[in-house]
Design a protein around this ligand. Structure first.
Ligand code: ATP
Ligand code: MG
Length: 430
């Protein structure tokens, strides 16, 4: 993509409304624009990040055996009356009346809807287990939307729902999702720690939240330093992995257990703040019973399925990743989800040799690179590339270009390499 032809409106000034780094940087790097309180438009570079995260989430859900569906954003109020949550949900639910005076709502979550779909389609014990997910916009009329996409009102969530015949099956579904989540975060390139958590509005008795550590996080968190080692995914089978994850101590302040905490050696105790990027719940028959969804068992008896639900805040993740990975100059994207893998900085636009090398690199790197071909000073190009946080910068200046040499900069470490065009290309693509 050529920067001169793209809608990537970077800002030099710090926007006054943004209180924390990720919000400031998302606006300054031209990723999003606020359209109303807690409601954002995603511009080309921001959308590329959102799509890359969604794709990793999708691949790991598929690998765990969940099937993708797409449920609507608008739901009928009657569905929520069945579960009893229509009144319970309160003011966070955006309620809508259509032209025929029918009551609708913009979905804050989908337990009721997926249960209705299963009830309509699934009659026999032979048709379970099932796990269904979608990646869809949600709306919650938060009292205080803030910190940009971290606490928006409209936000993108991956939500999965599992249906099993018995508790043992439901527990396996829960464990598989925990493993899928840890793989997802690892592939994205961030550390998220699973913590024992309260179940809140969704209900139920077993739940974990996944927290990205950042000083600006809204939750106080307590955890064993073993989680920092980054080797938390050594176990390969689900049972061993779950055992490993849940025997190490990690809890949000709401679930903090002082007795268990006291048993951890002092040098391994860590306290900090976390941003909740996902949560998984086991809640048994809460919705299958209240909404009368049963399958016929082998002996003709009625079985109300055991359920769980599993959310990842896809749009919140974008902010959380930046919160965890930035410096004074800008964003430091992990490779897997950067809007562009590399930027090409042409330091002398219009010079035959630099233009030639840049065009050639642009062609070879394809859509996943941003070519800064603007008529701008070198300093402005450096600043914008650091701000946007591309993992690699290929800097093409007239002196090096004359000898077929370019400079390659790694954003995360600041390392610089003088390389031939071919070697630079190979390193970026490696
Ligand atoms: P929070 O405690 O932060 O309000 P929640 O526990 O109500 O979130 P869940 O119902 O667990 O949220 O939703 C699943 C995921 O959706 C959360 O882990 C979070 O990543 C994301 N999410 C929830 N609310 C918002 C929001 N207002 N803006 C952005 N993402 C959100
Ligand atoms: Mg939650």
């Amino acid at each position: 993509m050529r920067l001169s032809q793209s809608l990537i409106p970077t800002l030099k000034e710090t926007p006054a409304e943004a209180q924390i780094a990720s919000h400031r940087l998302m606006l300054r790097a031209g990723l999003v624009r606020q359209m109303a309180s807690g409601i954002y438009a995603w511009l080309p570079a921001g959308l590329r990040v959102l799509n890359k995260i969604s794709q990793i989430v999708r691949e790991e859900q598929d690998a765990a055996g969940a099937q993708e569906v797409l449920m609507p954003t608008i739901q009928s109020a009657d569905l929520w009356r069945e579960s009893g949550r229509y009144d319970a949900y309160g003011k966070e639910m955006l309620r809508i009346t259509d032209r025929h005076d029918r009551e609708l709502l913009y979905g804050p979550t989908n337990e009721e809807m997926i249960t209705a779909i299963m009830r309509d389609t699934t009659k026999s014990y032979r048709d379970l287990p099932r796990n269904l997910y979608h990646i869809q916009w949600k709306f919650r009329d938060e009292v205080r939307p803030r910190f940009g996409v971290l606490r928006g009102r409209e936000f993108l969530m991956k939500d999965a729902y599992s249906f099993d015949l018995d508790y043992e099956g439901a527990l396996i579904a829960y464990k598989k999702m925990m493993l899928a989540y840890m793989r997802t975060f690892q592939r994205i390139g961030i550390t998220a720690i699973p913590m024992r958590a309260d179940t809140g509005q969704i209900g139920g008795d077993l739940s974990h939240e996944f927290h990205v550590l950042a000083p600006t996080g809204e939750s106080g968190v307590f955890y064993d330093a073993a989680f920092e080692a980054g080797d938390s995914l050594t176990a390969t089978d689900v049972e061993a992995f779950y055992e490993q994850m849940t025997t190490m101590y990690a809890a949000t302040d709401e679930k903090h257990d002082l007795d268990a905490w006291a048993k951890i050696p002092d040098e391994r105790k860590r306290e900090g703040r976390g941003i909740e990027v996902g949560q998984i719940f086991y809640f048994g028959k809460k919705y299958s019973e209240s909404m009368n969804f049963a399958v016929t068992g082998p002996d003709g008896s009625k079985i109300f399925p055991e359920m769980g639900s599993y959310g990842i805040g896809v749009s919140r993740l974008v902010g959380a990743i930046i919160e965890a990975r930035h410096d004074e100059a800008g964003i430091i994207w992990p490779d897997a989800i950067a809007p562009f893998r590399a930027a090409i900085l042409n330091l002398r636009q219009g010079d035959a040799v630099t233009d030639q090398i840049c065009n050639d690199l642009h062609e070879k790197l394809g859509a996943d690179c941003l070519y800064d071909d603007r008529e701008e000073r070198a300093g402005a190009k450096f600043a914008d590339a650091d701000l946007m946080g591309h993992p690699w910068q290929i800097i093409v200046g007239p002196r090096g270009a004359a000898n077929g040499v370019v400079e390659l900069k790694r954003r995360a470490t600041g390392e610089r390499f003088e390389l031939s065009v071919a070697d630079a290309l190979a390193k970026v693509l490696a």
